[in-house]
Design a protein around this ligand. Structure first.
Ligand SMILES: [Zn+2]
Ligand SMILES: [Zn+2]
Length: 594
C-alpha cells in the first residue's frame, strides 16, 4: 500500500508498555497518515501542544496517571480531539464516569481486537472530518445570512410594513414544524425487566432507568428471569444476548410461546457487533438491538426511542405536476411532492424529491443533527417527483448516508434515472458531487424487510412505470400511492381486479396519501392522464377501511379554495356512506402523528 492510500489523520497513542505501542504501529502504520506513540501522559500533552492531533488513544492503567486523568489533563483549547480509552474490565466504573462527563468517545476492552479498534478510530476520524466541514458550512451560512440581512434592509425601505408583516406571518406558518428530535412518549413511565449475568451491568442500567422514574425488576440468570417475567409481566425486557444458561433470542422465543401473559417489548443489549447476530435477533422479533458500550447520557433515550412506535409524518410538498407558488396557494403550499416519516430516532424515510425537498433540506440544516441516515423512496421519475434532488444539501455532506429506492425504466436503473436529470446540459452539478454515502436499490413489485420495517410496493396506473409504497412498522401503517389513475366504474378501462389489488394493498392503513389530482368534474376532461378524482379515491379508501385518507398531488390549476372544495366533497361522500374513514388535505409545513 502506498502513502496515498493511507487515511488522513493524526493519531496519538499513550501506553506505558512499549510492546503495546510497537504492536499498534505495526498494525496501523499502513492505514493512517501519522501515528505518534509515547509512554507517558506528560509526553502525550507535549505532542498535543505541538501537532494537530485528531484522535487520542490511551491505556487506562499507567503508573503516573490513569488514562482518564490524562484525558482530563488535556488543555481545554484541544477539546475537539476525540478520545478513546483502552481498559480492562476492572476499571469499567471509572471509565463509564468519564463517558458521563462527556470526555471519552469510546472505550475499548483489553486486549484490543484490530478490526474493532480500526472501526472506532475510523468513526472518530469521520466525526472530526464532519466537524471541520460543518464549521466551513456554518461560516458560509453566516456570510449568506449577512447578505440576506442586507437585502431585507433594502426591501424594508421600499415595501410597506403591512405587507412585510403579512409575509412574515405566512413564512412562520410554513416553518412551524414540530420538534421531531423529542420522543412522543418521553414522559411515559415503564416497568423494565433486566436480565444480564453481570450484576454490575444490571446495577448500571437500573440506576439510569430509575433516575428517570421507571420501575425495575431484574435477574442475573436467564432461566430464573423467565419465571419472574411470567409473574411480574413487565412492559419491556432488556436482555443480554449471550448468557451461560439460555441465549437471549431463545429466551424471547420462550416468552412469545406463552400466550396468556401481556407480551412485553424485548430489547437485546450486547457487545456483539456482527450483522449476523443482529439479523438473527430481528428475525426472531426483537423490538430493538443496542450495541455496547452503552452511553450513560443517551442510554435511556435510546430505549425510549425503541418503545416509541409513533410515526411522525411531515409534509414538505403536496402539489403535483408543477410548483405553483403565489398568494393563492399559501395555505396548502406550492411545492411539489415530498413527504417524510420519522419513527423516533430509529428511522427516517423520505417519499419523493419534488421541490418540497428544499424545505426539508433547510429544516435538516437548522436541526444540525449530522451525520444522518435516511431512506429515499421515489415513485417515478416525472419532474415533479425528482427535480428537488440537486437542492438537497445533506447529499453534499460527507458522513451522511442515503439508501435510494425506485423502479427501473427498461434499461435505466433508478441511479441512471436520477443521474440523467443532472446531465451537464440540464444542470451544472453532477451526481458525482454528492459526497454523502449512497446506495441505490431497484425495486419491482415486492415485499422487503429492513430491520423492523416492512416495505411493500405495487405498480400503479400511470404513464411509464410508477410504484406505490406501503410501510408497516409495529402495528402502524402508511401508504403512499401517487401518481395513479382510478377509472370510473362505467369506463371501458375499468378492471375490478386492479381495484381489488389496490384495496388489498392499502387495507386498514393508518394513513393513505393518494393521488387526488382532480375534482370529479375536472376528471371527465382528463381521462387517461394518469390521475384520479375525489369520488374514486373515497370509494377505495372506504372499502379498504383506511383510517385516515389524505388527499394529495393537487392539480396545478387548483388554488387553496379549490382544495377546500375537494376536501369538503370527500368528507360529505364519506359521511353519506357512514364510513369510519376520516379525510384530510394535508398542507405543506404541517405534520401529523400516527
Ligand atoms: Zn406527479
Ligand atoms: Zn407522474
Amino acid at each position: 500500500m502506498n502513502a496515498e492510500q493511507k487515511r488522513r489523520g493524526n493519531i496519538l497513542y499513550v501506553d506505558d508498555e512499549q510492546g503495546n505501542l510497537l504492536a499498534f504501529v505495526a498494525n496501523f502504520r499502513k492505514d493512517y497518515e501519522n501515528i505518534y506513540t509515547v509512554t507517558s501522559a506528560k509526553e502525550g500533552i507535549e505532542i498535543i501542544r505541538n501537532h494537530p492531533i485528531d484522535v487520542v488513544l490511551t491505556d487506562q492503567q499507567m503508573p503516573e496517571m490513569t488514562g482518564v486523568q490524562f484525558l482530563q489533563a488535556i488543555p481545554p483549547e484541544f477539546s475537539n480531539i476525540l478520545r478513546l480509552i483502552v481498559t480492562g474490565f476492572s476499571d469499567i466504573d471509572a471509565v463509564i464516569d468519564a463517558i458521563n462527563t462527556g470526555k471519552v468517545f469510546r472505550f475499548i476492552k483489553k486486549p484490543w481486537d484490530k478490526n474493532e479498534l480500526k472501526h472506532y478510530i475510523d468513526q472518530a476520524l469521520n466525526i472530526r472530518e464532519l466537524e471541520i466541514s460543518n464549521r466551513k458550512l456554518i461560516e458560509k451560512l453566516k456570510k449568506e445570512a449577512k447578505e440576506n440581512e442586507r437585502l431585507v434592509n433594502i426591501y424594508k425601505k421600499h415595501v410597506s410594513d403591512d405587507i412585510i408583516k403579512k409575509e412574515l406571518a405566512s413564512t412562520e406558518k410554513l416553518l412551524d414544524v414540530p420538534d421531531k428530535t423529542k420522543s412522543v412518549n418521553d414522559e411515559k413511565k415503564y416497568h423494565f425487566f433486566i436480565i444480564d449475568d453481570d450484576d454490575r451491568t444490571i446495577e448500571l442500567y437500573a440506576r439510569l432507568l430509575k433516575e428517570k422514574g421507571h420501575q425495575i425488576s431484574s435477574s442475573n440468570s436467564a432461566k430464573d428471569g423467565l419465571k419472574k417475567i411470567f409473574e411480574v409481566q413487565p412492559d419491556c425486557v432488556l436482555c443480554d444476548l449471550t448468557m451461560p444458561d439460555l441465549d437471549g433470542v431463545d429466551l424471547l422465543n420462550c416468552i412469545r410461546l406463552k400466550s396468556d401473559i401481556k407480551q412485553p417489548k424485548f430489547i437485546i443489549i450486547t457487545g456483539k457487533i456482527f450483522d449476523f447476530d443482529k439479523r438473527r435477533a430481528f428475525q426472531s422479533g426483537v423490538d430493538g438491538y443496542i450495541t455496547k458500550p452503552i452511553h450513560s447520557e443517551t442510554f435511556v433515550k435510546e430505549i425510549l426511542d425503541i418503545l416509541d412506535t409513533h410515526m411522525v409524518v411531515g409534509f414538505f410538498g403536496v402539489r403535483g405536476t408543477l410548483p405553483v407558488p403565489g398568494p393563492k396557494t399559501l395555505r396548502y403550499g406550492g411545492n411539489t411532492n415530498c413527504v417524510t416519516i420519522r419513527i423516533a430516532n430509529k428511522h427516517f424515510l423520505i417519499f419523493d424529491a419534488g421541490t418540497g425537498i428544499k424545505g426539508l433540506s433547510d429544516s435538516l440544516l437548522s436541526e444540525n443533527n449530522f451525520p444522518m441516515k435516511a431512506k429515499i423512496f421515489i415513485t417515478h421519475p416525472h419532474y415533479d417527483h425528482i427535480n428537488g434532488i440537486p437542492f438537497f444539501v445533506p447529499l453534499y455532506m460527507k458522513g451522511n448516508h442515503f439508501d435510494i429506492y425506485g423502479t427501473r425504466h427498461g434499461e435505466l436503473s433508478i441511479e441512471a434515472l436520477l443521474n440523467n436529470q443532472m446531465e451537464n446540459v440540464y444542470f451544472p452539478v453532477t451526481m458525482k458531487e454528492f459526497i454523502a454515502g449512497k446506495s441505490f436499490h431497484d425495486l419491482t413489485e415486492e415485499t422487503i424487510k429492513l430491520d423492523d420495517l416492512r416495505i411493500q410496493t405495487i405498480f400503479l396506473n400511470h404513464p411509464g412505470r410508477c410504484i406505490g409504497y406501503r410501510i408497516d412498522y409495529q402495528k402502524k401503517s402508511f401508504c403512499y400511492v401517487t401518481d395513479n389513475e382510478l377509472y370510473l366504474e362505467n369506463s371501458p378501462h375499468f378492471l375490478q381486479h386492479d381495484v381489488d389489488r389496490l384495496i388489498d394493498f392499502i387495507q386498514d392503513a393508518d394513513l393513505l396519501l393518494i393521488d387526488t389530482t382532480y375534482s370529479d368534474e375536472e376528471y371527465l376532461k382528463k381521462v387517461g392522464w394518469g390521475h384520479s378524482c375525489v369520488s374514486r379515491v373515497v370509494d377505495v379508501a372506504d372499502k379498504a377501511n383506511v383510517k385516515l385518507l389524505g388527499l394529495y398531488h393537487h392539480d396545478l390549476y387548483q388554488y387553496d379554495d379549490d382544495i377546500d372544495q375537494k376536501l369538503k366533497f370527500a368528507q360529505t361522500l364519506l359521511e353519506k356512506r357512514n364510513s369510519k374513514t376520516k379525510c384530510i388535505a394535508p398542507a405543506e409545513g404541517s405534520s401529523i402523528i400516527l
